[in-house]
Design a protein around this ligand. Structure first.
Ligand code: SAM
Length: 253
């Protein structure tokens, strides 16, 4: 299949950005037969980033695998706040908890020299993908149980982009997310804050003195998330970026 044919096929399948996507797919395909196979996967609804095996995020190219959460542009706010915070610490220790592909940790590491980075996720496919991106120090397991115990009380910046979609909102997500990203990457329980609460319950014991935790939340979750942070003895603050339609709650020890 030529790139021209790819444009027509994508357009017929309802792809809004057929020209742009055909160019990305052609760039990733090794020949016309390979391009035809990638185009068919895209037409079947798989996210473009999973089809081509990468996402450009926060100034870095992140390798992706099928079934791994695609980093969202709005999460660049998390990276920005984490980079600013890491710059305030000497020899910062950064942890990317619920790391998925490791996109956040990778983008922060690219911008802050000399940091020590650990990442962790429950999902073995995500862990393998994060190892593709980050190399070593990627751990598998449930939240903090995955981390080496010697990190306790030493984390300068704790990125925790946990699943935060309220269960009742899952059916309204785009099909690309519902059908091609694991439910465990999206579903945050009744009000979307179940995993967030579990992280906050332990965060104070893992953060260094004056260390900072950061999580993305929705507008509707702001008041409840602030109460969770304060209820766990940490100091809450909220950072927003209207252009990115992003909200980050921070929790300072
Ligand atoms: C919203 S995705 C974020 C991924 C990545 N941080 C990013 O921004 O692209 C949430 C991630 O949390 C992981 N996860 C969900 N529950 C978890 C748990 N109990 N322990 C560790 N990771 C978990 C999922 O596997 C998924 O990769």
């Amino acid at each position: 299949m030529t790139e021209e044919e790819a444009i027509l096929r994508l357009r017929a399948a309802g792809c809004v950005f057929a020209e742009d996507e055909a160019a990305v797919l052609a760039g990733a395909a090794d020949g016309e037969r390979a391009l035809a196979a990638l185009v068919e996967r895209r037409c079947a609804g798989e996210p473009l980033e999973q089809v081509v095996g990468f996402a450009d995020f926060g100034g870095v190219r992140v390798r992706l695998r099928p079934g791994v959460f695609v980093p969202r542009v709005r999460s660049e706010l998390l990276v920005r706040v984490a980079v600013e915070e890491a710059g305030r610490h000497t020899d910062p220790l950064v942890v990317d908890l619920c790391c998925g592909s490791g996109a956040l940790g990778l983008a922060v590491r690219e911008k802050v020299s000399g940091l020590c980075l650990h990442a962790a996720d429950l999902d073995p496919v995500a862990v393998a993908c994060a190892r593709d991106n980050l190399g070593g120090d990627v751990h598998q397991g449930d939240l903090f149980t995955a981390l080496p115990p010697e990190l306790k009380g030493r984390i300068s910046v704790l990125l925790a982009n946990v699943p935060y979609v309220a269960t009742r909102h899952i059916p309204f997500l785009p099909a690309e997310a519902r059908d091609h990203e694991p439910r465990t990457a999206l579903d945050g329980g009744d009000d979307g804050l179940t995993v967030f609460r579990a992280v906050l319950a332990e965060a104070a014991t893992w953060l260094a003195p004056a260390g900072l935790l950061l999580s993305e939340i929705t507008d509707a979750q702001v008041d409840a998330a602030i109460a969770v942070v304060a209820g766990n003895g940490l100091t809450p603050a909220v950072v927003t970026d209207d252009d990115l339609d992003a909200r980050v709650i921070t929790a300072r020890r």
